[in-house]
Write a protein that binds this ligand. Structure first.
Ligand code: 3PG
Ligand code: MG
Length: 399
C-alpha cells in the first residue's frame, strides 16, 4: 500500500506540533437517556490518539455523530463522547462547543504539548457533507488550519466524500492512523486470495443495501448464508408466502435472478421465528420457511437454520459476517444471531465481523470480542471496500 501511516509521522517527530485527527466517533446513543450504548468506536481509535499524546503532539480530534442537517442540533452533540473519551484515555479532553468557530479556535490555541481537544460535530456545518466542491473546500480550509499534519483514523467514514475525509488531506501532510491501516490490511485479505472455503454470512434488513456486495461476492465465495430481514425477499422469490414479514416487493425479481445464478452457493433459512407483532413480548412460534402464517412476520431465523448455517460454517477457512440474523435487541428474537455468531467463533477460520450493527450485536450479546479475528468499525465502509469500490477517504491518502 502506497499510503504513509502513523509510524511515518511519529518518526518525523510530532512533539509540539498540532495534529488533526479525523475519527469516527459516531456511536449509538440511547434514545431516551442519550447515554452511549456501545463505545466500541471510541475504543478503536485509542491506539492512534494515545500514541500522538505520548509523543507530545497537540491533538485536535474531529468526528461526525448521527446525521444532523448542517446546523447545530443538541441531540447530536459530541459532548458525551468527549466525556467517555477522557475516561478511556485517562486524560482531560478539551471540548470545543463549535467545529471551526470561536470556541474551536481558543480551545486549539490553548492546547499544551500532549493535550487533546475534541471539536463539536463536523456535520453541524453545511460544508462537511456538501456536494459542492467549493463549499466543501472552504470548510476544509478552516479545518486544515487547526493542524500541521492530518491523520485519518475514521475507517467507518472513508466511503464518504466529505470535507474532513476527502478534502482536508489534500491540504495537509496526511497519513493513515492505526485503525484505518488495520482495517485495510484485514479487508485486503478478503479481497485478495482468501483461504478457502470462504463463507459469507449476510443479514440486516434491506436487500437493496446489500445487492451490490452480493453481486461482487458471489463469484468469490464458496457459500453465502442469508438471514435477517432481507431473507424474506429471497424466500418470496422462491415462491413462498412471507406473511407480514419485511419485504422489498420491487427486489423480488432481482433476488430470483441472483438465486438462479448462484450455483447453489446461496443458503436461505429453512425455518423462521414468526411473531404476531414487532414487539418484545409478541406471541411467536418457529415455523417452516414455506409456512409463515399470513398474519405473522418473521423476526428471526429458526433453530434448524442455525444448525444448517453452523454446518456450512464448520470447515470454513475465511468468514465474513455482516448484519444480524434477527431482531437481536429483543431477547425472544436473538437466538439466530447468537447461534450464528457462536458458530463463527468455533471455526478455525480467519473471521471478520463487518459493520456497526453486527459489531454491536457481538458486544450486546456478551460474546467474547477476542474470539473473532477482526471486528470492523465500518458498516457501509467495509461493504463498499469488499465491493471493490474506490473509497474517497482511502484514495485521498494515496499520494
Ligand atoms: C456509520 O455509522 O456507518 C459511519 O459512521 C458513517 O455514517 P453515515 O452513514 O451517516 O455517513
Ligand atoms: Mg451508516
Amino acid at each position: 500500500m502506497s499510503i504513509r501511516n502513523l509510524d511515518d509521522l511519529l518518526a518525523e517527530g510530532v512533539s509540539g506540533r498540532r495534529v488533526l485527527v479525523r475519527a469516527d466517533l459516531n456511536v449509538p446513543l440511547d434514545k431516551q437517556t442519550g447515554d452511549i450504548t456501545d463505545d466500541g468506536r471510541i475504543r478503536a481509535v485509542l491506539p492512534t490518539l494515545g500514541a500522538l499524546v505520548q509523543a507530545g503532539a497537540k491533538v485536535v480530534v474531529c468526528s461526525h455523530l448521527g446525521r444532523p442537517k448542517g446546523a447545530p442540533d443538541p441531540q447530536y452533540s459530541l459532548r458525551p463522547v468527549a466525556g467517555r473519551l477522557g475516561e478511556l484515555l485517562d486524560a482531560r479532553v478539551h471540548f470545543a462547543t463549535d467545529t471551526v468557530g470561536e470556541s474551536a479556535r481558543t480551545t486549539v490555541d490553548a492546547l499544551a504539548d500532549g493535550q487533546l481537544a475534541l471539536l463539536e460535530n463536523l456535520r453541524f456545518n453545511k460544508g462537511e457533507t456538501s456536494k459542492d466542491d467549493a463549499e466543501r473546500g472552504a470548510f476544509a480550509d478552516q479545518l486544515a488550519a487547526f493542524g500541521e499534519a492530518y491523520v485519518d483514523d475514521a475507517f467507518g467514514a472513508v466511503h464518504r466524500k466529505h470535507a474532513s475525509v476527502h478534502d482536508v488531506p489534500a491540504r495537509l501532510p496526511h497519513v493513515a492512523g492505526r485503525l484505518v491501516l488495520r482495517e485495510v490490511e484485514v479487508l485486503g485479505r478478503l479481497t485478495g486470495e482468501p483461504e478457502r472455503p470462504y463463507v459469507v454470512v449476510l443479514g440486516g434488513s434491506k436487500v437493496s443495501d446489500k445487492l451490490a456486495v452480493i453481486e461482487a461476492l458471489l463469484p468469490k465465495v464458496d457459500r453465502l448464508l442469508i438471514g435477517g430481514g432481507m431473507c424474506f425477499t429471497f424466500l418470496k422469490a422462491q415462491g413462498h408466502e412471507v406473511g407480514t414479514s419485511l419485504l422489498e416487493e420491487e427486489m423480488v425479481e432481482t433476488c430470483g435472478n441472483l438465486l438462479a445464478r448462484a450455483d447453489g452457493k446461496i443458503l436461505l433459512p429453512v425455518d423462521v421465528v414468526a411473531a404476531d407483532a414487532f414487539a418484545p413480548d409478541a406471541a411467536h412460534d418457529t415455523v417452516p420457511a414455506d409456512g409463515i402464517p399470513s398474519h405473522r412476520l418473521g423476526l428471526d431465523i429458526g433453530p434448524e437454520t442455525v444448525a444448517g448455517f453452523t454446518a456450512a460454517l464448520a470447515g470454513a477457512k475465511t468468514v465474513f459476517w455482516n448484519g444480524p440474523m434477527g431482531v437481536f435487541e429483543m431477547p425472544a428474537f436473538a437466538n439466530g444471531t447468537r447461534g450464528v455468531a457462536e458458530a463463527i467463533t468455533k471455526t478455525d477460520a480467519f473471521t471478520v465481523v463487518g459493520g456497526g450493527d453486527s459489531a454491536a450485536a457481538v458486544r450486546a450479546l456478551g460474546l467474547d470480542e477476542s474470539s473473532f479475528g477482526h471486528i470492523s468499525t465500518g458498516g457501509g465502509a467495509s461493504l463498499e471496500y469488499l465491493e471493490g469500490k474506490t473509497l474517497p477517504g482511502i484514495a485521498a491518502l494515496e499520494n
